[in-house]
Design a protein around this ligand. Structure first.
Ligand code: PMP
Length: 405
């Protein structure tokens, strides 16, 4: 779908057609998005919010329009609830600091799950260390699904936040976050959703989900690197202190003390990435032009096709096989004697055939340890991938396995 919009897809790797299946790490950019970067720096570059002059006003308008666009894209009630950050990792670190300062004390608990990305683990570990709080982990069932019964037993009056991924960046599975949120809310516990892998693939609406916070990155959504979102319900963001001090986030600065700006600026210290926000808006226009439902449907079909094809390759084990996935599949290949072929070796031989996949722990070491393996091979999709590419990948995989067996 729309492959012609992505110039990089015409690249060759080692003389072979590039098959890019590493979209969970970052997506490629359509010409419209690439052009928007040049256009913005060529015609509309001025620091925002502070200038009385024309360029500054236009740049400010574009930044705020992008904020409104993001709010509407994820179904936020107000654009005050959209904080621009550097990306998912930055958003989670900001939230961990800010929420930690506001409501976490010694003996309190934060809940994450066993399949989280490091960026939804380490900031909470750091917070727990700082505050002598305790990090609790929702275990997985045999099927690699979140164990909801175990989750229920973890929730208590000591729980200050639950933070879980909507879609696993390793397994691609879609977690039952509606249920997770509902169960937490029954005990007045706020929930943060790591939407890094869901917002690019599924229509996500924060009001429908009723999550208290949601984080995502533009670069996984055909947008630029260095910009992302921390969504928070207004009543929460009003309650939380800023995570960083500096220009823009202040109301007045006196030697006696500082008062803070209103939302969302309270959380945006310093010159924001206003070119990034504008270009992110262009990426959202691009996605909307094609249609989020259309993208979700096509990617789902492609994912199912790829899993079926993979399962026909001798020795392949797909993790969380049979579960509904959004955008990513992890697998390994085992020899007839049961020995695992190292994912790195397969990844290298696929690369030589022009197929870009990711191998390793995918920034989710605790999950990989739990699976008892050194890593997986992950293929991940975007709107431009095709069945033909899956077929080429499968042929390349067969060849790699043959060479390594
Ligand atoms: N969470 C998940 C589920 C992810 O897939 C990623 C990116 N791999 C992140 C968090 C971190 O995103 P970023 O590197 O854009 O900050």
């Amino acid at each position: 779908m729309n492959r012609q919009d992505f110039p990089i897809l015409n690249e060759q790797v080692y003389g072979k057609k590039l098959i890019y299946l590493d979209n969970a790490a970052t997506t490629q950019k359509p010409q419209q998005v690439i052009d928007a970067i040049v256009e913005a720096y060529s015609h509309c570059n001025a620091n925002i919010h502070r200038g009385v002059h024309h360029l500054s006003q236009i740049a400010t308008l574009r930044h705020e329009e992008a904020r409104n666009h993001v709010a509407q894209f994820i179904g936020a009630k107000s654009s005050k609830e959209i904080i621009f950050t550097k990306g998912t990792t930055d958003s989670l670190n900001m939230l961990a600091f800010s929420l930690g300062e506001a409501i976490v004390n010694a003996g309190d608990e934060i809940i994450v799950s066993a399949l989280e990305h490091h960026s939804n683990i380490v900031p909470w570990q750091m917070l727990c260390e700082r505050k002598q709080a305790i990090l609790k982990v929702i275990p997985l069932t045999q099927n690699l699904e979140l164990d909801i019964n175990a989750y229920k037993t973890l929730l208590s009056s000591r729980t200050k936040l639950v933070s879980v991924a909507h879609v696993s960046n390793v397994l691609g599975i879609i977690n039952p976050i509606k249920e997770i949120i509902k169960l937490a809310h029954e005990q007045n516990i706020p929930v943060c959703i790591d939407g890094a892998q869901s917002v690019p693939h599924l229509p996500v609406n924060v009001q429908e989900l009723d999550c208290d916070f949601l984080v995502c990155s533009a670069h996984k959504m055909y947008g630029p690197t260095g910009i992302g979102v921390l969504y928070g319900k207004e009543e929460w963001l009003e309650k939380l202190p800023p995570a960083q001090g500096g220009g823009e986030m202040i109301d007045h600065v006196r030697w006696q003390g500082t008062t803070y700006n209103q939302l969302p600026y309270k959380f945006e210290a310093g010159t924001p990435n206003y070119i990034g926000s504008y270009v992110f808006g262009e990426a959202l226009h691009y996605i909307e032009k094609i249609g989020r439902d259309v993208i979700a449907k096509e990617e789902k079909e492609l994912c199912e096709y790829a899993e079926q094809q993979l399962l026909q390759v001798k020795g392949v084990k797909v993790y969380a096989s049979g579960l509904q996935k959004a955008g990513a599949i992890s697998f390994n290949v085992f020899q007839t004697n049961g020995q695992l072929i190292h994912p790195f070796d397969i990844g290298t031989l696929l690369d030589r055939q022009g197929v870009a996949v990711r191998t390793g722990h995918h920034c989710a070491e605790p999950l990989i340890d739990l699976l008892g393996i050194p890593g997986t091979i992950r293929i991940s999709f975007a709107l431009y991938n095709t069945r033909e590419e899956v077929d080429i990948f499968i042929a390349a995989l067969r060849k790699a396995v043959m060479m390594l067996s």
